[in-house]
Write a protein that binds this ligand. Structure first.
Ligand SMILES: Cc1ncc(COP(=O)(O)O)c(C=O)c1O
Length: 385
């Protein structure tokens, strides 16, 4: 239903109960061969499914749920977020093209551009994530796409997506966005002018740290080329991972609300700490991206950055080693709280930090327990200084 809120869409979209004897969740289809009743069926389009790689009820259920949340025309599910990024870029860019990439992008995205895209004759130019409509000054005759990530990986700049999209579309240039942090529940990328909305579903979509998945959702204009590239390259996500991903969707909005609540509590507390220089979280009024975030987003998720005052390496190790609730691990978006040192790279802009930058994910634990865990970490840090 057009007017349904994300909470409702997440619960009901992609159901195929009638086809599955009333089962609320579409069962896992582990299928390669689909048997057809006749030669005409084998050659024709009578059956909705033709061959495993070309889609099963499991994959269609998940993809159509994401299409409904994104307000998109076609979603394809792939085996990781990074694969969603590389697939989306290759679906629109070819040899001789110029790609504008935000300087705040996720590290492996940068690596892909600098190594693989270069090898295929696609030139990447990094731009200031805060450029807004001045992106137009970077357009060349062969610019094919502007790639955004908002908030940016590790540094959390919020981009003016509507301004970038308006400038790009005036020149027929595609706009791609890594929307992993917000998901369509908090930022409806396609409504703001994005052509291909990308997510690492490994994070909030799966939500339980037990599945690797990526999604790309296209608007009307980009649906055919996305589908064609996806089909040509033989991509597909297996039934078990698709099932886990769809199961995650059902509770996505309610989990995000809790992640936001805890992240707000933690970030407000961290702002009062003498060990902290600044907190990078767009939902905070003090954050430089707050105004655009407030204009465009419906909420904030659980991932944020913290710049600590300069400390020695022994004190920093003491802080990291000994948490009870914050795990040391890559990824985020699951039920568990995580912390890592944030190492980022810039080539087009400067992002100055005087002390260590760390990235935290507020999980679904009690926020006061998490604060107590961080407080103990700061005590360890002080003792080792
Ligand atoms: C912002 C962002 N995009 C994409 C990815 C890649 O996702 P995956 O690990 O599912 O390949 C990550 C992973 O950390 C990420 O943080």
């Amino acid at each position: 239903m057009g007017k349904d809120k994300p909470e409702t869409i997440a619960v009901s979209a992609g159901r195929m109960t009638a086809e599955h004897f009333g089962a609320v969740n579409t069962p896992v289809y582990r299928t390669s061969t689909i048997l057809h009743p006749s030669l005409e069926s084998l050659k024709g389009e009578q059956l909705p499914y033709k061959y495993g790689r070309r889609g099963t009820p499991s994959s269609r259920s998940f993809e159509s749920a994401i299409e409904a949340l994104e307000g998109g025309v076609r979603c394809v599910a792939v085996p990781s977020g990074l694969n969603a990024i590389t697939t989306a870029i290759l679906a629109v860019c070819g040899a001789g093209d110029h790609l504008l990439m935000t300087d705040s992008c996720y590290g492996p995205t940068r690596h892909f551009c600098d190594k693989t895209l270069k090898r295929f004759g696609i030139e990447t130019q990094y731009y200031d994530p805060l450029i807004g409509d001045e992106i137009a000054s970077l357009f060349r005759h062969n610019t094919r796409a502007v790639y955004c990530e908002s908030p940016g990986s590790l540094t959390f700049e919020v981009q003016d997506i509507p301004a970038i999209a308006a400038a790009a579309h005036a020149r027929g240039i595609s706009v791609l966005l890594d929307n992993t942090w917000a998901t369509p529940v908090l930022f409806r990328a396609l409504d703001h002018g994005v052509d291909l909305s990308i997510m690492s579903g490994t994070k909030y979509i799966g939500g339980h740290a037990d599945v690797m998945v990526g999604t790309i959702t296209a608007n009307e204009d980009h649906a055919k080329r996305l589908e064609a590239f996806y089909g040509d390259t033989g991509l597909f996500l297996g039934g078990d991972d698709t099932y886990l991903s769809l199961r995650g969707v059902r509770t996505l909005p309610i989990r995000l609300r809790r992640h936001q609540e805890s992240a707000l509590k933690l970030t407000h507390w961290l702002q009062t700490r003498p060990e902290v220089t600044r907190v990078l979280y767009p939902a905070l009024e003090s954050d430089p991206g707050h105004a655009i975030w407030k204009r465009d987003f419906k909420g904030s998720s659980g991932l944020f950055g913290v710049e600590l005052k300069p400390v020695g390496s022994a004190a920093l190790s003491a802080f990291f080693n000994g948490f009870h609730h914050f795990g040391l691990g890559y990824s985020w978006g699951g039920f568990e709280s995580l912390v890592i040192p944030a190492e980022f790279k810039r080539t087009a802009t400067k992002f100055a930090v005087a002390g260590p930058l760390i990235r935290l994910h507020a999980g679904l634990e009690d926020a006061d327990d998490l604060i107590a865990d961080l407080e103990a970490g700061f005590a360890r840090m002080r003792a080792a200084s």
